[in-house]
Design a protein around this ligand. Sequence first.
Ligand SMILES: *[C@@H]1O[C@H](CO)[C@@H](O)[C@H](O)[C@H]1NC(C)=O
Ligand SMILES: *[C@@H]1O[C@H](CO)[C@@H](O)[C@H](O)[C@H]1NC(C)=O
Ligand SMILES: *[C@@H]1O[C@H](CO)[C@@H](O)[C@H](O)[C@H]1NC(C)=O
Ligand SMILES: *[C@@H]1O[C@H](CO)[C@@H](O)[C@H](O)[C@H]1NC(C)=O
Length: 299
Amino acid sequence: MWLSRFLVLLSLFVFLALPCAQGWSKEGHVLTCQIAQELLNPEATEAVQDLLPESAGGNLSALCVWPDQIRLWSKYRWASPLHYANTPDTCSFLYKRDCHNTAGEADMCVVGAIRNFTTQLMTYTTQGFDSPYNLTEALLFLSHFVGDIHQPLHLGFASDEGGNTIELRWFRRKSNLHHVWDRDIILTALADYYDKDSALLLQELQRNLTHGIWSNNVPTWERCVIIKSCINKWAEESIDLACKWAYEGVEAGITLSEDYFDSRLPIVMERLAQGGVRLAMLLNRVFSQDAAQGFASST
Ligand SMILES: *[C@@H]1O[C@H](CO)[C@@H](O)[C@H](O)[C@H]1NC(C)=O
Ligand SMILES: *[C@@H]1O[C@H](CO)[C@@H](O)[C@H](O)[C@H]1NC(C)=O
Ligand SMILES: *[C@@H]1O[C@H](CO)[C@@H](O)[C@H](O)[C@H]1NC(C)=O
Ligand SMILES: *[C@@H]1O[C@H](CO)[C@@H](O)[C@H](O)[C@H]1NC(C)=O
C-alpha cells in the first residue's frame, strides 16, 4: 500500500518537475515548426507528409512536441540529454569539450543530435524504405531539436543547469530562469498582445519574416555550406545570447518583470523565427533530389 502511494507521489513529483527541463514550451515548438512548414519546398513537403504518422493529419507542428512527451519513457532514455548542451561559465561552446552526456559519451547533446538526425534523414532520398533508421522518429527529433538549440539557455551553464537552479519570480509567480525562457516570456506575450491566440502571433512572425524587420536577414540565417559548422554556429549564438540577455543582471531570488520582459521579448521572437527558417532549410536540402542542393554526404 505505502509503496503504491509512494509511486503515485513520485510520479506526480516527476510530472510536476518536468516542465523545468523541457525545451521551448509546447507553444514555442509549435510556432517554430509552423514557420518551417510554410517554407518547405514541394519535395520536402511530400517527404514530410510521407513520414508523418496518419494521426498527425499532415501537420508536422502537431508532433513537434513528441520528443518531450516520450522523454521519461525508458525506451527513449538515451534521447533525454539530446535536448541541450551544457557549457562551462565562459560564454562559449566547443563541440569536443561540451557535446556529451553525463556519462561522458561523445555527441550526446543537442548539437550532435541535429547532426545525427540530419544524416539519418538523408537516407530517405538515397535508400527510401531500405533506410536502416526510423525516419519518422528522425524527422520528429530533428524538428524538435532545431527548436531547442535556438533557446539560449539550452546552451547554458552546467553549473546552474541552464538556469534551472536559478529560482526567481516572474512577475508574481515562482519560476526559474530556464522556465522564463522556455515558456514564461512567450505566455506573457500571448496574454498581453495576442489575446492568447498563438495564430495571431504566428501571423505576425511570418509577416516580420516576409516583409518586416527580418526579411533582409533571412538569407544570412539560412546560409549553410558545411552543415557541422552551421549547427555549431547556432549553438554559439545561443550561449552568446544566454550571456548577454538571459543571465545578464539576474541572480537567484530576484523578481523579473516589465523591464526584463520588454527587453528580452524581441530576442525570444527572433530565435523562434530563426529556428523555423533553419529547420525548413535543413529539410529542403535533406529531401532534395538534386544533389547540388543537398549537403555533401561526407558532412
Ligand atoms: C497543426 O497543429 C498545431 C499544434 O497542434 C495547431 O496549432 C495548428 O492549428 C495545426 N494546423 C493545422 C493546419 O491543422
Ligand atoms: C542517433 O540516433 C540513434 C537512433 O537512431 C541513437 O541510438 C543515437 O544515440 C543517436 N545519437 C545522437 C548523437 O543523437
Ligand atoms: C517508427 O517510429 C514511430 C514513432 O515512434 C512508430 O510509431 C513506428 O511504428 C516506427 N516504425 C517502425 C517501422 O518501427
Ligand atoms: C514585428 O516587427 C515589429 C516592428 O516592425 C515589432 O514591433 C514586433 O514586435 C515584431 N513582432 C514579432 C512577433 O516579432
